[in-house]
Design a binder for this molecule. Sequence first.
Ligand code: SF4
Length: 364
Amino acid sequence: MEYSPTAKELSHFPFLKKAQDHARGRFTSLDSLLKDKKGAALIERALERVQESITPKKTFAPEVTGTPEEEIGAYAFARVIVSCVSDRQLIDRLTRYEAERAYYFLVKEEDWNQNYRQEDGEYSRLCIALAEELGIRITQDRMPLVDYVELVAPLHEDRFHLVNRKLEGGLVTIRKDERYELVRERIRLLLRRDLPHKVPAALCEQLSPRVAQLKKAYQEQMLQQFGAIEESAFPPCMQVLITALTAGTNLTHAGRFSLTTFLHTIGLDVNGIAELYARSPDFDPEKTMYQVEHITGRGGSGTEYTAPACAAMRTTGLCVHRDPLCEKVAHPLSYYKAKKRDLLKKGPKKTDEKKEGKPPAPPT
Ligand code: SF4
């Protein structure tokens, strides 16, 4: 099915090759663009886009503010900016934001434009055409098993598990609303796959004052989100790793990596993390500091690693002692946030167990 979107529609799905081709001819070279007002405005719009991606409550404006070409250009610049920052979590936030934004327009446009539907009222042309552009095959109510399995791997809801699906002739049955969700997941996967871009150092240098402001806002946002460290809200997997460390068990590389990135993201500083590792029987201060600084982005590479999601934790055998809350989350950090919220709702504790920048106490 040939998908021939208008320029406005392309600005809703700026990651499509058709959108990139459309915008390419309308801008001058990158060098001259960055020197004129148009370029400065595009960077501002791109920064706003990244800023929106780290805002907890996202809302999407039904009408884009600039021209379709500016919107597509801002999308591309936003990806350049997060590549310069080189923080996995920020990259994840932006890709999730872009996928959510496309999902919003997809559902909205299908609701608006009845012409996209055939007489049975169910056949959704835009969704199917978009899916085709993105390299997956979705029909009215089913999709090939091989495409389905790849898409649902990071999704944790029971309804996506294959045991809960009807499978016939290599095709998995899906509902109409799930089609939109699967296309959204495909967009997220594709956009995440080719980030970070290799951006020339000179370009990152040119953007650095604005990038520094963004980094600061992002760190403030993270601190607001996670607040003071609350160990009773740690997910079971992290509690087990800390217990093992305290009991003198050497952690595997994956275990150290997961625990370090988790503690770093929720606000424990490098010294606090190293102090925790001092309980390990093979504690080597220099080696530990090197590893911790490397993982937390202070060791020269500038890359901050993010704690693995539950799916990755399962693969490395680190997802253990799951509890009912685990069924509702896809990431140990989401578990932590949700549990912390629950604890807050239940009211303050009699003793102040909150710690700022201090390692968790050994379990008793
Ligand atoms: S489901 Fe996620 S949060 Fe729960 S134990 Fe497994 S990895 Fe940890």
